[in-house]
Design a protein around this ligand. Structure first.
Ligand code: SAM
Length: 272
């Protein structure tokens, strides 16, 4: 899979992609990451990429010409043919659709993703109209540039690509996992997978030592009864989701037992 990043600060990406999963995927050839310096597509002495906004107001806007020339030279398909070519051009924007794990899965099914990183007040809207296929936001806050947002999305996508993670199940059965509790799962039974998923947040994890600063690892994890461990993990995943992201429970796959666990949590809360 190939990624292209268009930015006025291409060196910004030297750091984030030099470590961990993305660096490994690039080294083994599973992904190619190319950066494009927008200033190379300017034609004036000062390499100007921005200008004042029409209509007045705060700040500056990224000019359309350098962005257009940069994207035009990338050998991308016409906008109307991009889906068939499994390519997409993403404009990073606080005004975009919120990025989700489901979107990461969709992007991981493509061959090429181009990220247009805005700066200042943003990008001249005609670039969005003419060249971009989607506008994505990584959250309800304003960053000073699209580079961090692009790096976040690229990281989330790369770890989903076949062969990138040592254990492919790691990317299936985790928080926001789009997959259910695994093959063989029967509603009403304890999920056969050791993992939660099914739209829940992940359960809490522990490693050695068994006791740290007076806090012991939950007994059940030390006893070796895997049915009990699965049940405990499922309950803790439900509890985390209920506490931190209750809205996710509406679309999660819940068994009768899960619902009982949630009622118990509600009851305990009322009694507190
Ligand atoms: N004037 C814009 C607004 O109010 O929506 C904010 C512009 S912001 C200072 C500069 C650039 O950062 C944007 O063009 C975009 O590329 C990027 N950016 C800021 N917040 C973002 C977010 N939540 N998600 C993705 N990109 C973001």
């Amino acid at each position: 899979m190939r990624f292209d990043l268009v930015s006025i600060f291409p060196k910004f990406f030297d750091g984030p992609f030099e470590y961990g999963v993305v660096a490994r995927a690039a080294k083994t050839g599973l992904v190619q990451v190319r950066t494009h310096d927008l200033r190379e597509f300017t034609h004036d002495r000062h390499r100007t990429v921005d200008d004042r906004p029409f209509g007045g107001g705060e700040g500056m806007v990224l000019k359309p010409e350098p962005l257009f020339d940069c994207l035009a030279g990338m050998g991308l398909s016409e906008k109307k043919d991009r889906a068939a070519a499994r390519e997409t051009v993403v404009l990073l924007s606080a005004q975009g659709k919120p990025f989700t794990q489901a979107m990461a899965v969709e992007l991981a099914g493509l061959e090429r993703v181009v990220f247009v990183c805005g700066r200042y007040e943003g990008v001249d809207e005609r670039i969005n109209e003419l060249l971009c296929d989607r506008e994505i936001s990584i959250g309800d806050y304003v960053l000073s540039g699209g580079e961090l947002a692009a790096a976040v999305i690229l990281d989330a996508v790369v770890r989903l690509l076949p062969g990138v993670l040592g254990n492919p199940d790691s990317a299936k059965f985790e928080s926001f996992g789009v997959e259910d509790a695994g093959p063989g799962y029967v509603a009403g039974e304890v999920p056969p997978s050791t993992h939660g998923a099914g739209g829940l947040l992940d359960y809490p994890h522990y490693t050695r030592p068994a006791e740290f600063r007076g806090i012991g690892v939950p007994e059940v994890l030390l006893e070796g009864d895997h049915v009990k461990i699965r049940r405990w993990r499922r309950e803790r995943a439900l509890e985390k989701t209920w506490r931190n992201r209750p809205e996710l429970l509406k679309s999660a796959t819940l068994t009768k037992e899960d619902r009982r666990c949630l009622s118990d949590l509600e009851r305990t809360k009322m009694e507190e």
